[in-house]
Ligand binder design. Structure first.
Ligand code: PEP
Length: 249
């Protein structure tokens, strides 16, 4: 399976910025003479999804949301449903990002319900897991991530897992190749333990301060199926440079 390079634009940019970024990513993706060795995805803020879908045109760049509600519709002020995301052209959705778990108190159970809603709407979920600095300092990183996987992924699970150590998100401190190798091997083992054979094929992304300078080495680590990128996805050239470092299927 090709690696997945996913950009999480978070709450950045006005409409004109989002359109310009989408156009630059689309032009870069379409203009590479040998084609991209990976799948590309961008996840803009909800309000820019339609404009970004148009700006991407027919380029080989998929569109995703950064969250969705677990219900299809209803009295949920300020929320967006999975069918709404699908309706504006999204094929993917990031769920359980640590910023949602921390800032909105999202629990594993809510994330699991969101995953079910996303899959029912025809979206592929990217479920984020990862430990805090304190949990790692206490030697609890595998325990925490194991529980998050058990609690956040429904059975069966059709989607992608993103390992994002919270201490490495937006901090410029990326995990070492050894940290990533250890955790991705653990996550693979856990997925196989929890999902049997299907667990061997679930893509596991790494996220946390991935940049063009460290992408090649991080993307070469066993069981790394791609990257979830925050800061560097806001610069088309950096995002495309990371994509060029990815491996094909
Ligand atoms: C993220 O928020 O998913 C992320 C990985 O951010 P950054 O690349 O900025 O660390």
């Amino acid at each position: 399976m090709p690696q997945l390079i996913a950009g999480n634009w978070k709450m950045h940019g006005l409409a004109a910025d989002a359109v310009a970024l989408a156009k630059a990513v689309a032009a870069g993706a379409a203009g590479l003479p040998t084609g991209l060795p990976c799948e590309l995805l961008v996840c803009p803020p909800f309000v820019h999804l339609t404009a970004v879908a148009h700006a991407l045109g027919g380029a080989p760049v998929a569109l995703g949301g950064q969250d969705c509600h677990q219900a299809k519709q209803g009295a949920h002020t300020g929320d967006i449903s999975a069918p709404m995301l699908r309706d504006v052209g999204a094929k993917w959705v990031i769920l359980g990002h640590s910023e949602r778990r921390q800032n909105h108190g999202e629990t594993d159970e809510q994330v699991r319900e969101k995953v079910l809603a996303a899959v029912e709407a025809g979206l592929t979920p990217i479920v984020c897991v990862g430990e805090t600095a304190d949990q790692r300092a206490g030697g609890q990183e595998t325990e925490v991530v194991g529980w998050q996987i058990a609690g956040s992924l429904p059975k069966p699970f059709t989607g992608v897992v993103a390992y994002e150590p919270i201490w490495a998100i937006g901090t410029g401190k990326n995990a070492t190749e050894q940290d990533v190798a250890t955790m991705h091997a653990f996550i693979r083992e856990e997925l196989v333990r929890q999902f049997a054979e299907a667990g061997a094929d679930i893509r596991i992304l790494y996220g946390g301060s991935v940049r063009p300078e460290n992408a090649t080495s991080l993307l070469a680590v066993p069981h790394v199926g791609g990257a979830l990128i925050g800061g560097a996805s806001l610069k088309a050239n950096d995002f495309l440079a990371i994509a060029r470092a990815a491996k094909g299927g």
